[in-house]
Design a protein around this ligand. Sequence first.
Ligand SMILES: C[S@@+](CC[C@H](N)C(=O)[O-])C[C@H]1O[C@@H](n2cnc3c(N)ncnc32)[C@H](O)[C@@H]1O
Length: 238
Amino acid sequence: MSRAKVQAHYNEVAEVYDQRYDLRQGRLYHQHLSRLVLDRLPNRGFLLDLGCGTGLFIDHYHTLGGCAVGLDISPGMVGMARLRCPESEFLVGTADVLPFDDEIFDSVASLLAFTYLHDPEAMLRESYRILKPGGRIAICALSWNMLTWMVPFFYRLGERLGYNKIGMGDFGEHYYTGEEMEKMFSEAGFVDVSSARCSFAHYTLSPRLFGIAQRCEPFIEAHIPYLAFNVCVSGKKE
Ligand SMILES: C[S@@+](CC[C@H](N)C(=O)[O-])C[C@H]1O[C@@H](n2cnc3c(N)ncnc32)[C@H](O)[C@@H]1O
């Protein structure tokens, strides 16, 4: 997978992405993920958002009184983030090589970016390094299940057919199960590691179906989590 390809794609879709997730269903979908991630970061404090995109999560974090830095590989996405949150710092860079000193952040968050990483183990090691002792990490990403395993195939097909939609292309994305991610977190040194599958209502559904899926979402997450398509994994640095 080429980082340059991911970067070029998100540069191209940055404006559409920002609008899509800031309006109606996209906003509700993203807010749901943001809440789940925040629930797993009780320390809050000085936060680093990896693969921060257009700053949607950092914007939300600010409204709660938090202070955060965002890092993303796409200058286009970072440009939108700077417009959205002029009071925050945003850097262009890759999440597996972090340009920060050891032990300066209280929390690390990452939403919908983990599947793109070439070297997710390095991202977790780097996160461990820059977290203060007692600091926490929470990552929410698309996960592997009987529905999502086909998504990369359709994205590759879509690219061949010339569709230019958010996320559509052959980026070599990898979807993990919660158990696989928990193992990676533990190997990076994190303790108190846990995961939960989440999300049943995807913003691309028609409004009627989205409404139905949203009403079913709490039940699915609690009782039939295998049908939930994202996973939220967290851990703590001792
Ligand atoms: C689906 S978007 C999610 C953006 C944002 N976290 C959100 O929740 O809206 C995926 C983001 O991951 C970024 N990304 C992909 N690979 C990355 C890497 N190696 N390092 C940092 N960011 C990366 C992309 O540029 C893109 O902004």
